[in-house]
Design a protein around this ligand. Sequence first.
Ligand code: GLU
Length: 328
Amino acid sequence: MSMAIPHLTGRLAPSPTGALHLGNARSFLLAWLSNRQRGGRLILRIEDIDSPRVKPWARKATLDDLAWLNLDWDEGPDIGGSHAPYVQTERLPRYQLALEFLKQSELVYPCDCSRSEIAAAASAPHEATDGPIYPGRCRQRSARSATDMDPQSFAWRFRASHQRRSWLDAIAGEQSAVVATAVGDFIVAKGDGTPAYQLAVVVDDYEMGVSEVVRGQDLIPSTFRQLDLLDALGWPVPAYMHVPLMIGADGRRLAKRHGDTRVAWFREAGYSPEQLWGFLAWTAGLVDEPRVVLPRELLPTWSPLKVIRQPSVVELDSILRVLDSLHR
Ligand code: GLU
């Protein structure tokens, strides 16, 4: 029996560190549209390695919110699939293997410079958490020298390359940088082998056959790091599309500090998915004016070229005004 080889595999990769909010929902919509319009396979993956920040209720709440919003996927923790498991904490041995390869190739070194940076590395670096370039204090250490060190006291830091990395981003445009000088050496795991976000995502995207990554523009510096890792591991490079963020009037990524923009809040307040999508699709540039709409109705006219490249500045008051002007 022959099996169809899917030409396009995308993923939605929520971190269950809190409730799904409007900004996440809009990014997932764009990932979903890009995938579905071309008949791709879509994987839902739970990125829960950041144990101190993960909330036990958030995984189910996120899946419920996405389903209520009318987004669907072909593989995931709720429906299974050929790339299981779909939860990062159930995939730890895979990250260990990749780390072992990097150690043996002397592409990582033990670094005990910053406890806070080591702790933060388990999460994707959204805005403020993407720190300064590492000055290189531990760079002369070999991976082998770590055998004398307490695993709790250090992190594995990757030797960033001096090669130029570039890609043509369907929304963010041409991107190009030298990782060593623009981003610097970065953490890929704790001393005990617990992976950082950068390593876990690269291993998962490769093993799950992901050929298109769609995520927020704040992760562009992470994409440069991931290109270095893919090259070091000898793995193929997916296509990348970095979508604009939704930000508050203070210029920061939409979050709790801007008021309650949880999808669940709007649902509980009686708004419909059609109203929420009407607002979100309009802010992204997918429809000319706010109108009730469902994701599948956006498929015929979807194009990344339509997406407004700048971040959308939104305030709760104006969101509600638009939603209230739309019929359920
Ligand atoms: N789980 C990451 C986050 O929610 C997504 C990172 C990615 O798409 O690579 O921040």
